[in-house]
Write a protein that binds this ligand. Structure first.
Ligand SMILES: [Zn+2]
Length: 76
């Protein structure tokens, strides 16, 4: 996995929704690339911050499905 791949799938990694092989590839890249490791930590902190600050909102099921399909297509 290269740096630009990491950037594309970082939120899938943080969600734990990558398949096992890609999750391992991502982690392996972080072990070797301090820039991507730093960016991933930054993204993780933003997520934690937003979760604490924002009230939970539930999107309609059809919207979730469309967004999930779009994000997966983008990540591949
Ligand atoms: Zn990198």
């Amino acid at each position: 996995m290269l740096c630009h791949d990491v950037e594309r799938v970082v939120y899938f990694f943080l969600d734990g929704t990558l398949d096992k092989r890609r999750q391992d590839d991502f982690q392996h890249h972080l072990d070797l690339c301090s820039e991507c490791e730093t960016r991933t930590i930054f993204h993780r902190r933003i997520r934690v911050f937003l979760k604490r600050r924002l009230a939970p909102v539930s999107a309609p099921a059809r919207l979730k499905q469309r967004l999930t399909r779009s994000l997966r297509a983008f990540a591949e």
